[in-house]
Design a protein around this ligand. Structure first.
Ligand SMILES: NC(=O)c1ccc[n+]([C@@H]2O[C@H](COP(=O)([O-])OP(=O)(O)OC[C@H]3O[C@@H](n4cnc5c(N)ncnc54)[C@H](OP(=O)(O)O)[C@@H]3O)[C@@H](O)[C@H]2O)c1
Length: 306
């Protein structure tokens, strides 16, 4: 299959592209800079994701489009950063869908990233794809982002919106940020530690994207999280035990708010999300439990550390 991918140079995108190439798909990247770090097996076109639609040739012949691009959310949310986070997703998706509208031969499916940030922070409530959205900056961005992707349905394209939980991988994302303090033995729970964390192993995240391409039953919002979310306290203990380090410390909420401002809400949010749609569609998680997922990822780390 010929697949066009945005955000293919990112943490999740790199893993996904390798996964798609292993399945003999032809991958075409839409990137802001030509230097992608991939070899000649991956061709690319430049698209800034903000000002104009991708060139028609860049989407010609695409049977599927995977849209992952977006300004990183994990940064201090200054007004300018918030605008970059919102625009890169909402305008970016609108421009992409606009370009798809102009194609004579449209792709069958658009798989668009979204985030469980859609739900806000919900305490112990079990959240499924039909749960109401939350309130605040991130839920609003996710709502607009998903609505922009939904426009492709009008064009006869099946749209799958993957609401990713915390993607755990050794090459980047949240785990790479958490590992140094835990390795030094100064890691610990965040705030009360009672907040729920919905996570997914990066291998399952890439696999679920590939599954969404071929599973015609999947359509609309799909929670991309393992079926066993854990409280932050349990996450902390499981990570510390996988590293054989103590986790005696606790990061006070106040410190996080001082350090990260409004973005601290993301780190403190309680999200107990269940992947109802993916399970119903027959997706099998390779890493449904946190312990084996973390041990696998830390094993993958070891040769690099040696
Ligand atoms: N990782 C997670 O835990 C997680 C959780 C929930 C949701 N998600 C969502 O899943 C998607 C992929 O996540 P990721 O962790 O792989 O992200 P990432 O590593 O930050 O990569 C995203 C890609 O988006 C492009 N990009 C960055 N800033 C941009 C901007 N200002 N305007 C347009 N494009 C920009 C870059 O590609 P080029 O430079 O090649 O253009 C970058 O490689 C993101 O949309 C993210 O919000 C991720």
């Amino acid at each position: 299959m010929r697949i066009t991918v945005t955000g293919g140079t990112g943490f999740l995108g790199r893993r996904l592209v390798k996964r798609l190439l292993a399945d003999q798909h032809a991958v075409h990247l839409l990137v802001r800079k030509v230097k992608t770090g991939f070899g000649p097996e991956v061709d690319c076109s430049v698209w800034d994701g903000l000002e104009m639609e991708p060139a028609p040739e860049a989407l010609e012949g695409a049977e599927a489009v995977i849209h992952l691009a977006g300004e990183p959310v994990a940064q201090r949310w200054t007004p300018a950063a918030k605008e970059r986070i919102r625009r890169s997703r909402v305008e970016g998706t609108r421009l992409l869908v606009g370009a798809l509208e102009r194609q004579k031969q449209r792709p069958a499916v658009l798989v668009c990233a979204s985030a469980i940030g859609y739900y806000g922070s919900r305490g112990d409530e079990v959240l499924t794809e039909s749960s109401e959205p939350g309130h605040g900056f991130l839920p609003e961005v996710c709502r607009e982002w998903e609505a922009a992707a939904d426009e492709a349905e009008r064009l006869g394209i099946r749209v799958v919106k993957l609401r990713f939980g915390i993607v755990l991988g050794s090459e980047g994302g949240a785990l790479a940020q958490m590992l140094p303090p835990f390795r030094w033995g100064v890691g610990g729970k965040i705030g009360s530690g009672q907040q729920w964390m919905s996570w997914i192993h990066a291998a399952d995240a890439a696999e679920l994207i590939a599954y969404a391409l071929r599973c015609a039953e999947l359509r609309g919002p799909v929670n991309a999280c393992a079926p066993n979310p854990v409280r932050n306290e349990e996450f902390t203990e499981t990570l510390a035990s996988a590293l054989r380090r103590p986790a005696l410390f606790a990061v006070p909420e106040r410190a996080l708010r001082i350090l990260y401002g409004e973005m601290a809400e993301v780190l403190l949010a309680s999200l107990r999300v269940t992947p109802e749609a993916a399970l119903r569609a027959g997706f099998v998680f390779r890493y449904p439990e946190l312990g084996p997922a973390l041990r696998n990822l830390l094993m993958a780390e070891r040769p690099k550390a040696a």
